[in-house]
Ligand binder design. Structure first.
Ligand SMILES: [Zn+2]
Length: 152
């Protein structure tokens, strides 16, 4: 999906969480959600984020491929446990949710993701073409959702 779709969906998830759950550091929580929501495409050197840190992005792309390991459930779990080891519960939760929001969005796209790779090699995909009309509909719907959370 497009960078902006991931960005706003991460924002929506973060805002939803601070609205309905008792989260102490709200700004931090939402910031981590948004950041981790766009992080996965770092494995793509020509993505918006990958473009900015090309050497790291090329390395990740070489190691895992685009929509490889960084687009599986294992990566966010790994980071989650890493934060938990250091007793950073808020960081762990926010990162996991934001990151999962990215994977869920990509699952809706025609390219899909290999969510449990290599345990399971099934590709999970939807019918939304990246950058196509339907993605724009989703994008607008997310913006409306953010509007509701912020102003109602
Ligand atoms: Zn992605």
């Amino acid at each position: 999906m497009m960078f902006k779709t991931h960005l706003v969906f991460g924002l929506l998830v973060g805002l939803f969480m601070i609205e309905y759950f008792n989260i102490s550091e709200k700004v931090l929580f939402v910031s981590i959600c948004v950041f981790s929501a766009v992080l996965a495409d770092l494995d793509h050197p020509f993505s918006k984020l990958g473009n900015k840190v090309k050497p790291l992005s090329w390395l990740l792309n070489l190691l895992f491929g685009h929509r490889g390991f960084m687009h599986t459930v294992w990566f966010p779990f790994f980071i989650y446990f890493l934060f938990m080891v250091f007793d950073k519960t808020l960081w762990a939760g926010a990162f996991f949710l934001g990151y999962m929001s990215h994977l869920i969005m990509d699952m809706l796209s025609t390219r899909g993701v290999y969510f449990f790779f290599p345990l399971n090699r099934t590709r999970i995909n939807g019918f939304i073409k990246v950058g196509g009309f339907l993605e724009w509909v989703v994008f607008i719907a997310i913006l409306v959702g953010i509007g509701f959370l912020l102003f109602l």
